[in-house]
Design a protein around this ligand. Structure first.
Ligand SMILES: [Zn+2]
Ligand SMILES: [Zn+2]
Length: 221
């Protein structure tokens, strides 16, 4: 079930984008909520868990995760946190964007099989991102086949990360360090979402309310 949920989240996002998506306030509110909830679960649960591991240098890996995410965003143009800068005339497969998104999605799958709240946070984070990526791709001149391949492979990367962590010994020795790196990724992505959700720093009562709601939900879970 934990492997299926991220796929379902991505499919819901694709479905929304294909059938009903209009660039609207709703997607921005969903994005703000997802960022706030992801940040809250990371700070309240994921971060303390990692620091309780007793490994002194663990904070270095958190910082490494932040740097890794910054580099991934150079490649993706910020698709992980909800915007894309790709020429609409593009007809060749966007490999750089694709690989950057897949690395991000694979890594965020690693910690979610042992923490249900984190699983929910990643799922909620994925829906608006999937909507934005899919609606963007459907608006380019890319062939339907290329788009479907892109979305399918992207969709299975997070469950694949969970699966490799849960069912193989490949990541056993480095699991803790990978989790610390993922914390850095989540900190950067979620704070960037919150930062970019307040356009021109104009106070928006709906956005502020939904951000508070994300924090409250993480607190009562
Ligand atoms: Zn951005
Ligand atoms: Zn993500």
């Amino acid at each position: 079930m934990n492997l299926l949920l991220p796929i379902i989240a991505v499919l819901i996002g694709f479905g929304i984008s294909y059938f009903i998506y209009q660039k609207s306030i709703t997607i921005n509110l969903l994005l703000a909520f997802s960022g706030s909830f992801l940040l809250s679960v990371t700070v309240l649960e994921f971060l303390p868990d990692i620091y309780n591991s007793g490994v002194d240098s663990i904070g270095v890996y958190v910082l490494g995760g932040i740097l890794l995410q910054i580099m991934l965003e150079y490649l993706s143009g910020g698709a992980e946190h909800g915007h894309l800068h790709l020429s609409k005339e593009k007809t060749s497969f966007p490999f750089v964007l694709f690989i950057s998104l897949c690395i991000h999605a694979f890594l965020e799958g690693i910690p979610i099989h042992e923490n249900d709240h984190l699983l929910y946070a990643v799922i909620i984070h994925k829906v608006p991102i999937a909507i934005i990526i899919a609606s963007f791709l459907f608006n380019t001149n890319l062939s339907k086949f290329k788009i479907i391949i892109f979305l399918l492979v992207f969709g299975i990367m997070t469950p694949l990360g969970s699966f490799v962590q849960a069912n193989t010994v490949l990541l056993d020795d480095i699991g803790l360090y990978l989790n610390a790196i993922v914390i850095g990724i989540f900190l950067h992505v979620s704070t960037t979402i919150l930062f970019e959700s307040s356009k021109d720093h104009k106070f928006n009562i709906y956005k502020f309310g939904i951000i508070v709601l994300g924090i409250l939900l993480a607190l009562i879970l």
